[in-house]
Design a protein. Sequence first.
Length: 315
Amino acid sequence: MTVLLFSILLAINLGAGCYLTLANPLKVSEQTSTKLIFIIRPKVFLGVGIFFSQLFVLFLFASIVFAPITQLVCNRYPNNISTSNIDLSAGQNTLTVMCKLTENYWFGQEKSEVLVSELLEAKLETEMQTDSQVKPKYSYKILLLTDKDSFPFTDRTYPKFKLEELQSIELRINKFLKPPTENNLAVILDDTFMGYIVVRVTVFCGILALLVASPGLFITCNLDKEANIVKLSRYRWFGTLGKTVFQYYLNEITDVKLERIDTSIDEYFFRVILVLESGDNLPLTPNYTSNYINGDSIVRVTKDFLELKHKDSAR
């Protein structure tokens, strides 16, 4: 499963990198002798949105594999009777403790199961780390000790607010292991709250990826010689919000140019404009960009369709 996660994250990073460096924001969706339809896509917004989507995938994976419920169930069995066929008898004095430690996913499906024989003790272990300000930071976990080995109750360590619950679990286990008063024990460590946090972060990362990608401006340009119209549609949020439509007669267009502005840092920015008979300029791309090549390709595609004379398009 981890290999699959790394493969998906690698594919997302490679996809975002290739899209940002190689993709052409200009997409011609239909081109005939009488009709031209092309779309100008917000390359940077989409590329960065793809990059941020890996956070969503990472936390989605974490929420799927997260097992919020850890349960330890112990039973006392007569020492001279097979543990696979148990019929407890109060008359037996020599008893063996057999325990089963399980981790369960969200809806009760079992993630793992460990059989523990001859459990001797539960021990609360404290771990200390230092933060960036060299202040001690404590975390806690429960260890289960047998005569041959020791292993954690869960692989996770817990902050101080969980200490009281961990101490209670430790006390119950050790009390059960003392001279027998009960034949059965069941303790549960419930991390559902932590799991909900992971789910909320997953949803947040998904929304963040959409928020980064969706504000980019999509522009659809529809030029139709038979209907003698040019229709510009601009929209964000993948066409669901803020859509504006401009429509003019096609024969009103006298030129298509790449408008240039200078900046104080000796850098040029460009946008494509349609020059009308009235002398007005209709911005095809309302936002200026430093990418001359993409703007020039839009100018050339439009001029070729309108059979306008090519010349230096930047001014």
